[in-house]
Ligand binder design. Structure first.
Ligand code: URP
Ligand code: ZN
Ligand code: ZN
Length: 466
């Protein structure tokens, strides 16, 4: 399949220029100011992208597809989740293969691959999630980093499947010697437990107390301790879903001292605030995620963190549970039982463009860095992340003027609500390509999936540094 995309504004991390792109055999094979005469005759399809932006496909580094959690299961499977991703301009996702007790890393990967292959509509990769470090698994870490194509490993400092400080130190050391990257969910479990008990004794159990039970200090403490572990082991680390000004300042100070600390945030921590937990009729349950929503002060600070390059990536932390029947019923009468997580893979690009770029918080080039280019570099997706000759033809033709009011019934995620319901965005994917194949297209008032489930593939990654 060959394709000529004419006259779009090509957006890179360094600047923008108008040009033509020729795609052949799944790759961007040429880019030029006027390629048309040369390639017009050989192209099987010619697309006029005048007035549109050409963005690298979004790489979402943080998803929970079909993950068993809190007595239920994240609702998107690899088919529905990747179809939604494609419609949102995401062309690669890196999902968590969370080790179940007693499993090897390989077994946890195989469990995920067995439900992904033949179903994925876009490309995918896996991070290992280690919850039960035994001598066999510690030995296997090197294989995961060097041979399985999965050089990143997540650890949790909270939840029942958290690991202790010694495991974090062991894993940081192991990753350092093999070129891997440890990712950490940084919240202090004991602060949360203490707050939970105190709030319970006072009968404070509605969704707002989910936020109160996980104060900014719980993130600050965990981030701060993690940084000390990195210092002690002379290693590096990637903090997932950073939500607070305090945590960010700690990371900024560490980076200033020369430590290699990477940080990811999510649209929810940039755009939404904790007032959402006060929605009537237990509606606040829709926003229960960990860490919780914060205040505008943290939102603003995180946007500045992107500009100052203390935050390198944005992920969706896509982990959807219906409001009706799940978030409202499981957690009825007690915020602690509400399954943690929100849907977001389909809205990440429109939200960051509309709320971030259009509102002047970040530039479009910074957006491309945090949604694609940095993510590819940090996670070793060497063929992805930029519009450059030789890279995979993962391309979003983006209409910067297209308006869309976010509404679950116009989205493809397998969930009955969006935390952004009713927000009008300006700027939507117009056409989306994964390795040169057209997977999604704007149609009247929404994006339609026009690809084929099963056409995506597992991408082996290499240990890499930004
Ligand atoms: O609430 C969240 N974030 N759910 C998914 C699991 C996690 O901590 O990333
Ligand atoms: Zn987490
Ligand atoms: Zn997550």
């Amino acid at each position: 399949m060959s394709l000529l995309i004419k006259s779009g504004l090509i957006i890179t991390t360094a600047g923008n220029y108008k040009g033509d792109i020729y795609v052949e055999n799944e790759k961007i094979s040429a880019i030029g100011v006027n390629l048309s005469p040369q390639f017009l005759s050989s192209a099987e399809e010619v697309i006029d992208a005048e007035g549109k932006y050409i963005l690298p496909g979004v790489i979402d580094p943080h998803t929970h597809i079909s993950m068993p959690f809190m007595g239920t299961c994240a609702q998107d499977n690899y088919e529905s989740g990747t179809i939604a991703a494609a419609c949102g301009g995401v062309t690669t996702l890196i999902d968590f293969a969370l080790q179940q007790k007693g499993e090897t890393i390989k077994q946890s990967h195989d469990r995920k691959h067995s439900i992904a292959i033949g179903k994925v509509a876009i490309d995918y990769s896996l991070h290992s999630g280690i919850t039960d470090l035994n001598p066999h698994v510690l030995n296997e870490v090197e294989d995961a980093i060097l041979n399985y194509g999965t050089p990143s490993i997540k650890l949790f400092m909270t939840y029942s499947f958290r690991v202790n400080d010694e495991v974090i130190l062991q894993m940081l050391t192991k990753a350092k010697h093999t070129g891997g990257l440890i990712q950490v969910h940084a919240e202090n479990y004991y602060i949360i437990e203490y707050m939970n008990k105190m709030l319970e004794a006072q009968g404070k159990l509605s969704p707002i107390y989910h936020a109160k039970s996980r104060p900014n200090l719980a993130e600050l403490d965990a981030v701060s301790r993690l940084i000390k572990f990195v210092e002690l082991t002379d290693s590096n680390v990637y903090v997932v879903h950073l939500s607070t000004r305090e945590g960010l300042e700690e990371i900024g100070a560490a980076r200033k001292r020369g430590l290699e600390i990477y940080a990811e945030t999510c649209p929810q921590y940039l755009i939404l605030t904790e007032e959402k937990y006060e929605e009537p009729d237990w509606g606040g349950a829709k926003y229960v995620m960990s860490p919780p929503l914060r205040t505008k002060e943290s939102n603003d600070s995180l946007w500045r963190g992107i500009k100052r390059r203390n935050i390198q990536t944005i992920g969706s932390d896509h982990c959807p549970f219906d409001f009706k029947g799940r978030k409202d019923m499981f957690g009825k009468d007690d915020y602690k039982k509400i399954p943690n997580g929100v849907p977001g893979i389909e809205t990440i690009l429109p939200l960051i463009y509309s709320e971030g770029v259009r509102k002047g918080k970040i530039t479009i080039n910074e957006m491309v860095s945090v949604l694609s280019s940095n993510t590819a570099r940090i996670f070793g997706l060497t063929d992805k992340g930029d519009i450059d000759p030789g890279k995979d033809a993962d391309i979003v033709i983006f209409d910067p003027e297209q308006k869309f009011t976010i509404s679950a019934n116009k989205l493809h995620m397998n969930v009955d609500y969006s935390p952004y319901e009713g927000i009008e965005v300006t700027g939507m994917p117009w056409m989306v390509f994964n390795r040169g194949k057209k997977v999604a297209k704007w149609n009247k008032d929404k994006v339609d999936f026009i690809g084929k489930a099963g056409d995506g593939k597992f991408i082996k990654r290499r240990p890499s540094k930004i």
